[in-house]
Every structure is written in structure tokens, then in C-alpha cells.
Design a protein around this ligand. Structure first.
Ligand code: CMC
Length: 428
């Protein structure tokens, strides 16, 4: 095991320390590089940079491995529940039966929103994107829950974390209800976390809502699959926002804003829109040709991943869940046929094989969510709901880290060098 690597830079021989994790690539500690050489490293997109150490989630992109606190995502998705996974991510261990009951009870006690927040929704246009509402409402939580915004107090941090996990389903469901003009549904805490969310989304006060166990299970699994994904763009955004000492609600709002983009959380919405645009199986070759054309910016949405270069282990579970949901609901949707055929054709195409482009979790999640009845605009909001536990777990880990510093990347400056100000009437 190497403990140092040698670097010759600026005419100096340096021994840089190598840090070892419990599993996965070692990292070269370059913290003193600038002080010793006057040079920075250059890594746009941070593809070769570890921004922190973390004990929460491990990914091996080449092998298609995703572990939460050591447990493989496939086992968690098959055998556990979202509440168990929340406990695991937040507290480090799977809960005992008593711990799970207590955790579930605690979360259920924070599901309601301050009533004043309902009026906040009415300030949005009815056609506002749910993610626009989520950014606003989650950010606004800091104005309502100031008693849990002291980040130096671990107890307040935990209360804020519980509040965020508990209130996200209520916030997301209200964003949906507002967009379709139906009354907001208050949470019903005798239901499961996921059942409660389904009722708040699809129930109406005029009728009793009966939770379908197949949909509840599928939805819970989707939440598990999206719960955390180590230092992705939105999680890094949450950490960066949190590194300045910002309150947790503001940090999660920042994460939601980042997640919204089509290269990240917006991909499932973009993938389903693409499948709808393709429309019929006979048009697939045209779209595959466009994806391969260097002069066409079009990409097959739901294909490829920055980290997974063989397969996305979340996609494997999701592929199975799609089939279960369609069989149980006895629904047929041409989009499903297009998705299956596109998957088959892309996976046998040399371009996709050579570039290691496989369907990612978003390729399938959009198809399931649409079958359940969610409009495409809600997809990313659901991702945000599920990812909140990952964000708060990572944020807590960072705040408790004694080595934590404000995040401050450097740059390679390529603009003009110093020049003198030219008065307006002397400029040509
Ligand atoms: N369709 C067609 N070509 C693609 C695609 C695609 N979906 N993805 C990558 N490529 C090509 C790309 O054109 C490039 O080709 P070349 O080497 O000839 O220039 C090569 O593959 C490598 O692409 P890259 O952009 O350097 O790869 P990356 O690792 O930086 O990008 C990605 C990863 C996810 C942004 C990209 O694959 C993509 O845009 N996919 C579609 C959007 C999507 O599904 N995003 C969801 C990611 S999963 C959700 C999450 O975890 O947040």
C-alpha cells in the first residue's frame, strides 16, 4: 500500500500523502500543494477530485456497486422500507424494531406544515413547475422553524433533519394539488410514510382513499433507490451551501435547485418526454441515429451516467419494478413498448456498447411514475422528496466533521491581465 506519491512541480520534489478509505480508490492529499508550489490542480466537473471523506454511501461505477452504510442497494430495495433506509443513512445503522417504531413515530409527528405556509402556495401561478414551488417553500421553512436552525446544536440539527424528511411529502403533494386546483389534503399519520404521500397526492376530502399495496410498495422502492448517491451535483451543492454555515432548510432548497437540471434529477422527466415524442416503435432508429450524430446535440435521455460505466444497479431494480407495476395495474401504455424496444436496440448498438452507455435509473422511473398517475412535472419533485434524507445525512456528517471548512474552489484565470480604466468619452 503506497503512503506517499512523488510529484515534481515548480522545481520542487514533493512527497504527497496518500489517504486510504475502507474500500475504493485511494486519494492523494493535495491540501498543501498551493502553499508548496504556488500551483492549483485543474479538474472541471471534479471528475478526479474527492471533496470530502464520507462514511455514508459507496459507489463503484465500473462494477455497478452502490452501498449505503455497507448494505447493497439491491438488498435494501428488495427487503427493507424507506423508513429503515432513512434511519440507516441518518444514524449509521439499520434500526431495531423498537428504534424503527420510534423513528417512524417521530417522522409522522412532523408531517404537518405551518398553516401559514398554505397561503404561501397561493402566491404561485397555478401553472408553476412543482420544482419552482419546492425551491420556494423549502427555502421558506427557515422562516417558520427557526427553533431548529442553530447548526451548532446537534439536537437542533436532528430535529431539522426529521422535519425535512417528514414535510417533503406534504410539500410535494401540496404543489401537485395546487397545480390541479384541488384542496390540500392533510397528512394522516396512521398510514405509512409512502401511503400517506399517495393519499395526500391522489386522495380528495370527498372520498375515502384506499392505498393500493402494490403501488405503495413500488413507490417506497423508488424512494429507496433515490435516497442517496454520494457526492453528486445536488449533494455537493447542499454541502457547499452548508459549508458557509447556512441553515439546513436553505441548504436543502439549494440542493433542490441543483437537482432540477435535466442532466441530474430532471432526467426522468426528460426521458419520459422523449419516449412520448418517439411515440411508436418504428421511429426509434431515427432517434438512435440522432443520438449518435456528432452534429446533433440530442442525447438519449435516461442513458449514460457520470459514474456508472457498466450498469446502474438502481436501474436493475427499477426494470423489475416497471414490470410488476404494469402487471398489477393491468395498464397498457405505448410508452412502455417504446421503452422496452429502445432499451433493446440501444444495448445492441456498437455506439452505446463502445461508450458504455446503459439505461440509468431515470429511464425506468418515469415510465412507472406515469403509470401510477403522476404528471411528468412531478417526477423531479419526487426525486427531491426521496433524496432529502441523503442530503440531510451528508449535511449532518459535514457539520460534525472537525476538518470542515467553507468550500472555496480556485480557478485557472484566462481573462484580460490588469489594464487601466478608460474614460467613457475616450473609448473607441
Ligand atoms: N446519448 C447519446 N450519447 C451520449 C449520451 C446519451 N445519453 N451520454 C453520453 N453520450 C456520449 C457523449 O456524446 C460522449 O461522446 P464523445 O466521447 O464522442 O464526445 C460520450 O458519450 C461521453 O459523454 P460525457 O458527456 O462525457 O459523459 P458524462 O459522464 O460526463 O455524462 C451524463 C454523463 C449522465 C450527463 C450523460 O450520459 C447524459 O447527458 N445522459 C442523459 C441525461 C441523463 O439520463 N441523466 C441522468 C443521470 S442518472 C441520474 C442521477 O444519478 O442524477
Amino acid at each position: 500500500m503506497t503512503d506517499t506519491v512523488k510529484l515534481n512541480a515548480a522545481d520542487k520534489d514533493l512527497d504527497l500523502k496518500v489517504l486510504h478509505g475502507s474500500v475504493g480508490p485511494d486519494v492523494i492529499d493535495i491540501r498543501k500543494l498551493y502553499a508548496q508550489t504556488g500551483m492549483f490542480t485543474y479538474d472541471p466537473g471534479f471528475t478526479s477530485t474527492a471533496s470530502c471523506d464520507s462514511a455514508i454511501t459507496y459507489i463503484d461505477g465500473d462494477e455497478g456497486v452502490l452501498l449505503h452504510r455497507g448494505y447493497p442497494i439491491g438488498q435494501l430495495a428488495e427487503q427493507s422500507s424507506f423508513m429503515e433506509v432513512c434511519h440507516l443513512l441518518l444514524n449509521g445503522e439499520l434500526p431495531t424494531k423498537d428504534e424503527l417504531d420510534k423513528f417512524t413515530y417521530t417522522i409522522s409527528r412532523h408531517t404537518m406544515l405551518h398553516e401559514q405556509l398554505a397561503t404561501f402556495y397561493r402566491g404561485f401561478r397555478r401553472d408553476a413547475h412543482p420544482m419552482a414551488i419546492m425551491c420556494g417553500v423549502v427555502g421558506a421553512l427557515s422562516a417558520f422553524y427557526q427553533d431548529s436552525a442553530d447548526i451548532t446544536d446537534p439536537q437542533q440539527r436532528m430535529i431539522a433533519s426529521h422535519r425535512l424528511i417528514a414535510k417533503m411529502p406534504t410539500i410535494a403533494a401540496m404543489a401537485y394539488k395546487y397545480s390541479i386546483g384541488q384542496p390540500f389534503m392533510h397528512p394522516k399519520n396512521e398510514l405509512s410514510y409512502t401511503g400517506n404521500f399517495l393519499r395526500m397526492t391522489f386522495g380528495v376530502p370527498a372520498e375515502e382513499y384506499v392505498v393500493d399495496p402494490v403501488i405503495e410498495k413500488a413507490m417506497d422502492r423508488i424512494f429507496i433507490l433515490h435516497a442517496d448517491h454520494e457526492q453528486n451535483a445536488s449533494t455537493s451543492t447542499v454541502r457547499l451551501a452548508g459549508s458557509s454555515g447556512a441553515n439546513p432548510f436553505a441548504c436543502i432548497a439549494a440542493g433542490i435547485a441543483c437537482l432540477w437540471g435535466p442532466a441530474h434529477g430532471g432526467a426522468n422527466e426528460a426521458a419520459l418526454n422523449m419516449l412520448r415524442e418517439i411515440g411508436t416503435v418504428d421511429r426509434i432508429p431515427e432517434y438512435i441515429a440522432r443520438a449518435k450524430d456528432k452534429n446533433d446535440p440530442f442525447r438519449l435521455m435516461g442513458f449514460g451516467h457520470r459514474v456508472y460505466k457498466n450498469y446502474d444497479p438502481r436501474a436493475t431494480v427499477m426494470q423489475q419494478t416497471v414490470r410488476e407495476v404494469f402487471a398489477a395495474m393491468k395498464v397498457s401504455d405505448p410508452v412502455f413498448d417504446v421503452a422496452l424496444k429502445l432499451e433493446e436496440m440501444a444495448l445492441s448498438d456498437p455506439y452505446f456498447i463502445e461508450k458504455k452507455l446503459f439505461p440509468n435509473v431515470d429511464f425506468y422511473s418515469g415510465v412507472i411514475l406515469s403509470a401510477i398517475g403522476f404528471p411528468t412535472t412531478m417526477f423531479t419533485a419526487l426525486f427531491a422528496l426521496a433524496r432529502t434524507v441523503g442530503w440531510v445525512a451528508q449535511w449532518n456528517e459535514m457539520i460534525a466533521d472537525p476538518e470542515q471548512k467553507i468550500g472555496r474552489p480556485r480557478q485557472l484565470y484566462t481573462g484580460p491581465t490588469q489594464r487601466d480604466y478608460v474614460p467613457l468619452d475616450a473609448r473607441s
